[in-house]
Every structure is written in C-alpha cells, then in structure tokens.
Design a protein around this ligand. Sequence first.
Ligand code: ATP
Ligand code: MG
Length: 364
Amino acid sequence: MTTATTTTTEAATTATSEATTAETAASTATFTADPATHRVLTGDRPTGLLHLGHYFGTLRNRVRLQNQGVEMFVVIADYQVITDRDIADRLAEHTENLVLDYLAAGLDPDRATIFAHSAVPALNQLLLPFLSLVSVAELNRNPTVKDEIAHSRQSAVNGLMFTYPVHQAADILFCKANLVPVGQDQLPHLEVARTVARRFNERYPHVDGGAVFPAPQALLSDAPLLLGTDGGKMSKSRGNAIPLGATEDETARAIRGARTDADRRIDYDPVNRPEVSGLLLLAALCQDRAPEEIAEEIGDRGAAALKRTVTDSVNEHLRPLRTRRAELATDRGHLRQVLRDGAERANAIADATLDEVRAVMGAI
Ligand code: ATP
Ligand code: MG
C-alpha cells in the first residue's frame, strides 16, 4: 500500500463525508444535547490500546455528554475484530484495556452502559432483518470499508467486512440511540444506520403508524480525523498511534519518529503539509489553543523543536488520565464486573427491542 494511494482513498472518504455532514452530523462546536431527548451509542474495536485519535475524536465528547446527563451506551465491538484478521487475538486483554481507558478518561460505569456486543444475543439477531434492507451495491460503495480493505493484510476479503456497517446499525438501533459521537471515518456507516432505520420503519410500521427506530445523528468533534506518526489516519492497527496508556518516554519516542518535511519554517497548512500540521494540531488540542499560534511560536526552529513541543504538550495533558489509569489497572476484577453489569443492562433493552421488531414483522 503506497502513501499516495492511502492519501487518495482518505481524500475520497473526506469528500463523501463532507457531502453527508450537513444532514447527518452535528459538530461539537455548536451542539448542546438536551439530556431528555438524546441517547448516545458509540464504541470501539478491541484491537489494541486507545490512542489520541480516539481521545480527541470521540472519547472526550462521550465524557462531556455523559456529564451533561445524556444516557450513554458504549459498545466494545468484538465481532468487528474478525473483519480484517483471521482471529481475535488477545481479546480479553484488549477488551479490559478498553474499559480501563474509558474509565481513566472519565466514563462512569454507573451512568454509562459499557458492554461487548457478543454478550448481547438479541442485538446480533437484529442483523438478519437489517441485512435484508440494504443492497449489495450499497455495501460495495462504502468508502471507509474500501479504505480498510486496502489497509488489511488479508489475502481475501470476508463477508463480515462488507456487512459490518449493518452490524453497527444493530449496535446503534438496538437501544434506539439517536446520537453517535464518532470520528470522520464513521460517517458512511452512520448513513447506513439511518438508511436501515428509515427503510425498516417504512416497511414495518407499528399498527398505530409510529416508527420503531429513530434516525441516528453523528456528532463530530473538532478533531474528526487525527493523523498518526506516518501522516495517515491514526489507527490502532497501523503502527502509527500514540496510545493513551503509553509512558512519557514511549510517547517521546513515537513523536520523535513521526514523519515531517524538510522545510524548517513551521506553519499550519493541512492541505500542503499534512504531517507537520497534524503534529501542530495535536499540540493545539492538548494546549487548547490555535495551531497557527503554536506554529508562530516555533517559527523557523524546525521539526525537532516542533516535536519537543508536541511531546511536552501530550505528556502534560495526559498526566492526570495516566495517573488514574495506573490506579484502575491494579483491579482487573473491577473492569470485568463493569462489563458484566453493562451486558445485563444491554440485554434487557435488546430483548425488548427484538420483541418489538418481531411483532411488527409478523413474528419472524
Ligand atoms: P482499528 O485500526 O483497529 O480499526 P481504530 O484506531 O480505527 O482501530 P476504531 O475502534 O475502529 O479505532 O474506532 C473507534 C472510534 O474512534 C470511531 O468512532 C472512530 O471514528 C474514532 N477514531 C479512530 N481513529 C480516529 C482518528 N485518527 N481520529 C479521529 N477519530 C478516530
Ligand atoms: Mg477503525
């Protein structure tokens, strides 16, 4: 996979996303959720440690919404692990580590339902009627799936890879969530969830004419696509991520190895200088300042000075989270209990939704 192809595929994703953003996505800058009318579902694949892309892309938004009083569901999408690899390697460890990162970032298991979708059978059964609502051509067109296939090291693409956006619709709709804080790569999947909800409601109305499912809306943060140390989307599976749980030394090493360019003058120009701009954005998010201002301060001191600034900013910003994380890591039993409690709550809701779905479908 060459960098040029990656960039083109990501540009295509961006173009599609921009076309759909106005209708389907709210942005954090202007959005304040009314806790009484919103229910949130978001989640992650248990494929590795959460990183700064998750944190600034969606995790901070989840914590903010939870603290505003919005009901929160967080799915650990374990079946999605086997979309682009043969087996779910070290699944229990990755799953517990996700819970650890969530709690360290401020999710509260008394207010947020945290569960693995494999532990909720009725959720997965929704996949069958939902698959009947989308065409193969629609599944084939999904730009995020295409990008993930391009990055996967599999010799053949499996059926779960093409259908996982529909599975994700089941994750969202089983609890009738209407707000989904995500990164930009998820916008095509949100379109699938909206399509599934709309077509299901049209095909199977309640006897009173009401709709079974809401149309979920994406909530994009102000960092919907954070770049990794190689200049591509920061990703658990691409070896380009800075994990939230990394030590300060590991963080410094990863940032020191980040790709930049030969121009000593540092300026914020995401189109022409994506790598340098990605690093500036990271420092800016950590310092809660504008990237242009940080670029101005560094001036013509070059990439080494930029990397020192980014390292200090990231380590300082994450210090309280990492301290909490280390404390929580001493009690793995607690992490497993959080998952059991979450699964119990999620199962009750999924059973009720499946009963409703089967009733309107004529009890299939
Ligand atoms: P993998 O490489 O295994 O797919 P990932 O890093 O892409 O992992 P996911 O678990 O697929 O992470 O994504 C979880 C959530 O985090 C999604 O809402 C996704 O949009 C968001 N997210 C992931 N990476 C980024 C990023 N670099 N910038 C912004 N948001 C991101
Ligand atoms: Mg991903």
